[in-house]
Design a protein around this ligand. Sequence first.
Ligand code: ADP
Ligand code: MG
Length: 703
Amino acid sequence: MPGNENFDALFTPSPVAVVGASATPGKIGHSVLANLIEAGFKGDLYPVNPSTKEILGIKVLPDIEDLPLGVDLAVIAVPRSVAVDAARGLADRGVKAMIVISAGFKEVGKEGYFLEQQLIELAEKENIALLGPNCLGMINPHAGCNASFASGQPKPGNIAFFSQSGALCVAILDWAMGENIGFSKFISLGNKAVLDEAHMIEYLADDETTKVVLGYIENVENGREFLRLSQQVSHKKPIIMIKSGTTSAGAKAASSHTGAIAGSDNAYEAAFRQGGILRAGDVATLFNLAQAFSSQPLPKGPNLAIVTNSGGPGIMAADACENSSLVMASISAASAEKLQKVLPPWASLYNPIDIIGDAGVERYRDTLKVVAHDQNVHAVLVLLTPTAAIKDQIEDTARAIVEVAATTDIPFFACFMGKRSIQGGELVLQASGIPCYNFPEPAIKSLESMYSYKQWRSKAVPLHQTFERDLEGARSVIDAAQRSGHLEIVEFQAQELLKAYRLPTPRTRLARSSDEAAAAAREIGFPVVLKIASSSISHKSDVKGVLVGLQDEDEVREAFQDITFRAQRLRPEAHITGCLVQEMAPSRSKEVIVGFKRDEQFGPLIMFGLGGIYVEVLKDISFRLAPLSETDAREMMREIRSFLLLKGVRGEAAVNLDAIVHILLAMSQLSLDFPEIYEAEFNPILVDPERAMVADVRVTLGQ
Ligand code: ADP
Ligand code: MG
């Protein structure tokens, strides 16, 4: 693992070597050197190339062996066939960091994969901070260091950006320069052989020039580490990410609902949420958020004031606000009185504050001065439509906004609608760090993200309690299943597992004959439920192996015959033990489902949902990664759309939500206690206002 010194050598290097530097414009080895020079790199530059004496006025060394000791960073831009040798030679010269631009590694198949392994081994042995291979390079505009073959020089700023896609780097760089956006670091990760997103997040957390961390990733290398780090870092700085490739990897035949529904995107979504990472759906949103976070203070509360010179856009903005977690601020009576003095009688003094289409710069200024200092207002959005009255004062209006914003510590956003006539104003705002959007919705969305980040940051780091449970008891159930070669633990054995986790279950007896069933039912009390008991039948309803609402002994006897006969006919190969006789939950009970599936990257992914058609058809479910905190568990319940059904509709009492929380936490504990469990599901959990009971359980062991 490269140390701090090596990271510094990568991001603020001096001197720098360019291996494979070329005299031919257009070649990568030429672009890298030219970029370094153009960026005004202050340290020594050592191009290496056996067949050229001088490039762009700089003396070229024929061989890596000719490099002086103490080179911080080497950029490798030679064909892959010689890239590994070059890296070895550079390591011998004590080079601390490398950017391998060369392509043809893991991304092209087996041969490249083995070459990449060699790079990894070398980097690990020598603690080299190695970026790439197959990447565009790294730019640190503050250090005048452009060690990339991208075209163009971004200006310094406080946004760090890293990307797994080199092509996206190129596009974003071009776009950002067009938008006048600056960067603290601009990093192309390439194949992430050594350095990945987790390293970037960790490094950028303490990087003083970085205020906001942006990332584009297609996958995460080490999920648990990534989650742990983001949880820490996002308390210091906002991390905003795009994760593409959102298709589900849950294609593997799954034996439970959880397994069938939970895809890798659910795991990412949960990781981002629990790690405090803001997820952007597209590049435009990524940069809208970046602009807001990088330039404005976080809002202290949700109350937004909208000042507008036109009705329609004002209403659109108010609608967007209503549909967000923000609130339309109520302007205080004192402020309204002040506004009355500066606004025409037909203006609207209340939010959205409509200063009317004939407003000029002074009316904007007077209004903003009042609104910005109203105690009820936590953020201001200034809307401007280029009416005839203001068309020639748009830049002045922008300056007025900047002036008033400077007198407060609340965030200011502008929305100048249009394109041609507002451009000048937009530039003034951008240059002064007031985010300006062309439509109200992105402005509201950005502010909403800032508010939810603010709330997240003020929350304590979640507490994870450990549950009292009988680990040995649970272990013996799992061992027994493994010995018997069963991958699924169902019915009676699974009940033992529930007991070990002190989970409430309906009273249940195993009956081997109809007489035993009748006796068990009498003991439990009517009505009862009968279920087929066979370790090879895990989906009991598939063989009509569950009969509910049995009212007396005769019904129980008949049900026993019925169920066992049918099961024998439909599954001749199955060994049938008999039937489970079970206490029936009251009819007012609701069915919920709690399950988990082990995600390859992130570990146990816990799912919660309402049972029956809600989970199968509506997919009304929520996810979190283990370990769950109590807050996580409560949020999971609140998040599903049908939460209201649990809270009780039309005078119904709410079900016992605490009992569900307890079961969620126990499931989280079970998932972490036994890595050999691949999937587990309690379905259904029958819950009423008094209690929750796990009525069915299915545990699948990994192969
Ligand atoms: P399987 O999932 O193997 O088909 P379950 O044990 O989950 O079998 O039972 C199927 C359905 O029967 C449940 O979803 C629930 O609607 C109902 N059920 C099962 N056990 C009970 C019970 N103890 N009380 C009330 N209803 C039950
Ligand atoms: Mg079931």
